[in-house]
Design a protein around this ligand. Structure first.
Ligand code: DQA
Length: 147
């Protein structure tokens, strides 16, 4: 079973960007942690980051070929991207929305997610640990579906 883990704009700066909000763990460290969790769960992950909306859309579309689900931190595109939302609906893969910060406790515009209504669930506010909980939850959901 393969899971696509997608990171949107500015997440390449994790560890350096507003550490008081996003912590000090880098994207590479996060990928390493998720690879260890994936091994424990016996799943494969495809971990990617892009600052470009169209590239993220292309990767969601490509996931339909060989992925069972998607973990998505669309970052700022969460609040603006009809294109990403439409791509998730189009591929019809269970998708979990992840945010490092608690988007509901920040600026008003971050409370609105165009992605959340088409997702299985959302994990926000647990720092980078949220990715791990989201991955575990998604895999458990997918395994329950195939039994
Ligand atoms: C974020 C929250 C978004 O509002 C913001 O634009 C990001 C990161 C998070 O992980 O907390 O870039 O998705």
């Amino acid at each position: 079973m393969k899971i696509l883990i997608l990171n949107g704009p500015n997440l390449n700066l994790l560890g350096r960007r507003q550490p008081e909000v996003y912590g000090t763990t880098t994207l590479a460290d996060l990928e390493g942690r998720l690879r260890r969790v994936a091994e424990e769960l016996s799943v494969e992950i495809d971990f990617r980051q892009s600052n470009h909306e169209g590239e993220l859309v292309d990767w969601v579309q490509a996931a339909a070929r060989d992925c069972a689900g998607i973990l998505l931190n669309a970052a700022a595109y969460t609040h603006t991207s009809v294109a990403l939302r439409d791509a998730i609906v189009a591929v019809d893969l269970p998708t979990v929305e992840v945010h490092v910060s608690n988007v509901h406790a920040r600026e008003e515009f971050r409370r609105n997610s165009l992605i959340a209504p088409v997702c299985l669930g959302q994990v926000a506010g647990f720092g980078i640990s949220g990715y791990e909980w989201a991955l575990r939850g998604l895999v458990e959901h997918l395994r329950a579906c195939v039994i």
